[in-house]
Design a protein around this ligand. Structure first.
Ligand code: UT7
Length: 331
């Protein structure tokens, strides 16, 4: 008997209207457009208003998805949210979104895997389709990175932005389409190079945590850069070899958008030309769990993804967490 495969059947996204350019940042910290563009590929990023949380962007992205698919929220069985910037530590952002969109029959939870949040959440959601437990699983990546970005630290504040993206998973009508295979990994030894130290049970909020900027992202950029290039490229090539996929077979690499130089290095190792790499880093920076679904939604809307296209989704982030997924586009 053929196994039930999970397929992506709709996509949606949202970015705030407010644009922060490299020139805007150069007024706040000692940096410049030239440095940011050549070292990262970023020209601008979006910043969400104060008082609007990650769930706000998620809900806007979900509205787009539901309209495109022609379904209502009460048809959803499950809501999974990848985020490092939940509205609050609990209840989960999945519960908050469930109430806001009126998904009366859905259950769900948040997944914490930082920049790999979307790919980990996607594979989690696929299990519920493959097992037959759910028929419609909403997978969301939403991060308001501006709330944990230290705008006094030029090493990190130029990198991040706010945004959300989502996909719908349903049983594939044809088992030759959908989420075909994945390789996912974690290595806690990487924890010390990229983290947010304050706010959890180890360092609960206090005057000390605030004074020491422990509620912001810390990153040893150089170290993470080297590990990200190797981790993302190794796992993507391993997935290709495991499934006998040549570079000609692949329509797009859909990489997490942390640094343009990482994307290029990964594509080079996979033997892919630059026009087979989905890119939105120049417009949005690193939106953490949102980068990949944002790319999928924008490229799909532009008619650049076709049924049968082979995509390799690939990511590397805090934890360390990393992995790659082979998707055969189903619609
Ligand atoms: O998404 C999760 C995973 N994260 C990543 O994959 C990010 C990985 N890391 C990176 O993308 C890069 O390491 C960064 C973009 C963060 C930094 O780029 P880099 O080429 O590794 O620069 P660097 O940290 O080695 O810094 C080079 C120089 C330093 O000056 P000196 O010591 O050479 O005088 C920095 O102080 O650039 C300086 N610098 C800046 N200059 C202008 C650092 N940040 C800035 C800045 N503007 N914003």
């Amino acid at each position: 008997m053929n196994k039930t495969r999970a397929a992506i059947t709709a996509v949606g996204h949202y970015v705030p209207d407010n644009i922060m350019t490299n020139a805007d940042l150069a007024k706040i910290v000692e940096t410049n457009d030239e440095w940011i563009k050549t070292r990262t590929g970023i020209s601008e990023r979006r910043i969400l208003n104060n008082g609007e949380p990650s769930s706000f962007m998620a809900v806007e992205a979900i509205k787009m998805l539901l309209e495109r698919r022609g379904i209502t929220a009460d048809e959803l069985d499950m809501i999974l949210v990848g985020t490092v910037t939940p509205d609050m530590l609990f209840p989960s952002t999945a519960c908050i979104i469930q109430e806001k969109i009126g998904a009366s029959k859905a259950w769900g939870f948040d997944v914490l895997a930082a920049c790999s949040g979307f790919i980990f959440t996607l594979i989690t959601g696929a299990q519920y389709i493959e097992s037959g437990m759910c028929k419609k699983v909403l997978v969301v990546g939403s991060d308001k990175m501006s709330t944990i970005t230290n705008f006094k630290d030029r090493n990190t504040c130029v990198l991040f932005g706010d945004g959300a993206g989502c996909v719908l998973l349903e049983p594939s009508e044809d088992p030759d389409y959908g989420i075909m295979d994945s390789i996912l990994r974690v290595d806690g030894k990487g924890g010390k190079y990229l983290y947010m130290k304050g706010g959890g049970s180890l360092n609960p909020p206090s005057h000390e945590t605030v004074e020491n900027d422990w509620h912001y992202v810390f990153q040893d950029g150089k170290f993470v850069f080297k590990d990200a290039v190797k981790g993302m490229a190794d796992v993507s090539v391993e997935l290709m070899e495991k499934n006998n996929l040549s570079s000609d077979d692949i329509s797009y690499l859909v990489p997490h958008q942390a640094n343009m130089r990482i994307l290029t290095a990964c594509a080079d190792r996979m033997g892919l030309p630059q026009d087979k790499v989905m890119v939105n880093i120049h417009k949005y920076g690193n939106t953490t769990a949102a980068t990949i679904p944002l790319c999928l939604s924008e490229y799909w809307a532009e008619g650049k993804i076709k049924k049968g296209d082979n995509l390799v989704l690939s990511s590397f982030g805090a934890g360390y967490t990393w992995g790659a997924i082979w998707v055969k586009w189903a619609y």
